[in-house]
Design a protein around this ligand. Structure first.
Ligand code: LLP
Length: 435
């Protein structure tokens, strides 16, 4: 396992943020999501330092679906980033903090009236319309509340980025956005700009997630700039913004490239500046929406070993006290992770084992066939790079309690979310009255 951020070997025990994982286990128990605050801040800074231009303003919008909690919103706010939401639940979480509502941008391919109302009433920064019908709904709600709201239109630009099938979003068959190839696209934009309740800012696209291919981003930029110029000329309007989404790839294992975020951001800026120059076109503001690239590597999950098993068929299992309920990604996307026996770092890695969770499901495997040092019941396993889409996609399957989240930095720990309780699991259940 590659040591990420502040991870250190302290006499054979892993330390993160200046705290031994044995200490974290004592204080918070396992399974436990640990976020290395310093590493998260470094990622944010790298993006901020790289994504600036003298030719246009830039906005970084954190894609909160990657990992969201009130504490996370505080960090995002501290660094002056904007934040997005895709549901009333995310919106509610964000609004429950002190962040300025103008920094919130609402996504979603099927926003409910309740969600749109929440956006309008709270005067959020913008709504990213998914389609022509949503423009109608938003305008209607604005009229009721006598408000005007900024909107962008999400486009499907037809870029087929190389990533996992389930997280590709810009194929022609994707459910997201309006296609730039749609024969009615100009009409759709015209209808939006004619609605006086809507202040049309420009276009949005997101070509997928976990993308390493820089050319895919450059292609996306070219398509977006050309399209924006065409529409601006065709309708004779000023289009001040484009948003090119997120999706910047992250190294999970040696199979992935290690991405230098600042460099990647600079490349994207260069591509934008060059394209705007070639097209002789001006944009006032360009936004990006990184999620994974900010939080993935900062997060690790700490588990305790409950037991070991060698099956008749020869498979050696290490049973951990979490699994697919706190990290569904291996089961869902065949996602790969690295791990280590966190309290036996100096021992030789000689066992090829499979890390299995405790759910009643054969597919509840976090890592298949990984080399670890020999471990026993009570040892600690750390799985690295679980910070994105781990906690946010966690579930209560088998009535598992969602683990707590702790941020660590400079020897201090900050409990961000408490472990769920058994009472939490049944608080919404009601007993039948007549039975
Ligand atoms: N913007 C939009 C419109 C998005 O749909 C997404 C992610 C992002 C930004 C952030 O993408 P990121 O920078 O995090 O790659 N559950 C999957 C990932 C789904 C991504 C959904 N949209 C996973 O665990 O890999």
């Amino acid at each position: 396992m590659k040591y990420l951020g502040s991870m250190k070997n302290k006499d054979g025990v892993l330390e993160i943020g200046g705290i031994l994982v044995t200490q974290l286990k004592k204080e918070f128990g396992t399974p436990l999501y640990i976020y290395d605050l310093d590493l998260m801040e470094k990622k944010i800074k790298a993006i901020k330092e790289g994504f600036i231009s003298e030719k246009f303003k830039t906005t970084i919008v954190y894609a909160s679906k990657a990992y969201l909690s009130k504490g996370m919103v505080q960090i995002i706010d501290k660094f002056g980033l904007d934040i997005d939401a895709v549901s009333a639940g995310e919106l509610h979480t964000i609004l429950s903090t002190k962040i300025d509502a103008k920094k919130i941008h609402m996504h979603g391919n099927n926003k409910s009236l309740e969600e749109i109302e929440l956006c309008v009433k709270n005067n959020i920064g913008s709504i990213i319309l998914d389609n022509r019908f949503e423009a109608e709904k938003v305008a209607k709600i604005c009229k009721i509340f006598d408000k005007k709201i900024n909107v962008m239109l999400r486009l499907n630009i037809g870029i087929d980025a190389h990533t996992h099938e389930y997280i590709k979003t810009a194929k022609h068959t994707s459910k997201f956005g309006e296609s730039i190839f749609d024969k009615d696209i100009i009409k759709i934009v015209k209808e939006i700009i004619e609605k006086e309740e809507l202040n049309f800012l420009g276009f949005h696209c997101h070509i997928g997630s976990q993308i390493f291919d820089e050319l895919a981003f450059c292609e996306g930029i070219k398509t977006m700039v050309k399209f924006t110029k065409e529409i601006s000329q065709n309708l004779n309007i000023n289009i001040p913004e484009i948003n090119i989404g997120g999706g910047f790839g992250v190294r999970y294992t040696d199979d992935d490239t290690d991405v230098d975020l600042k460099k990647l951001m600079k490349k994207i800026i260069t591509s934008l500046e060059e394209t705007l120059e070639t097209e002789n076109f001006k944009i006032e503001n360009v936004s990006i929406e990184p999620g994974r690239s900010i939080v993935a590597q900062a997060g690790s999950t700490l588990y305790s070993v409950g037991g070991l098993k060698k099956t008749f068929g020869g498979e050696k299992y290490i049973f951990i006290d979490g699994g697919m309920t706190d990290n569904i990604r291996p089961a869902l996307y065949n996602a790969k992770y690295e791990s280590i026996v966190a309290n036996k770092l100096n021992n030789e890695k000689k066992e090829c084992v499979t890390l299995a969770g405790k759910c009643c499901e054969s597919g509840d495997i976090i890592i298949k066939d990984t080399k670890l040092s020999k471990c026993d019941e009570g040892d600690l396993i750390i799985v690295s790079c679980t910070g994105a889409y781990g906690h946010s996609m966690s579930s209560n399957y088998n009535k598992a309690l969602k683990p707590p989240v702790v941020f660590v930095k400079n020897g201090k720990s900050y409990l961000i979310s408490k472990r769920e309780t058994y009472e939490d699991l049944i608080k919404n259940d009601l007993l039948l009255e007549d039975i």
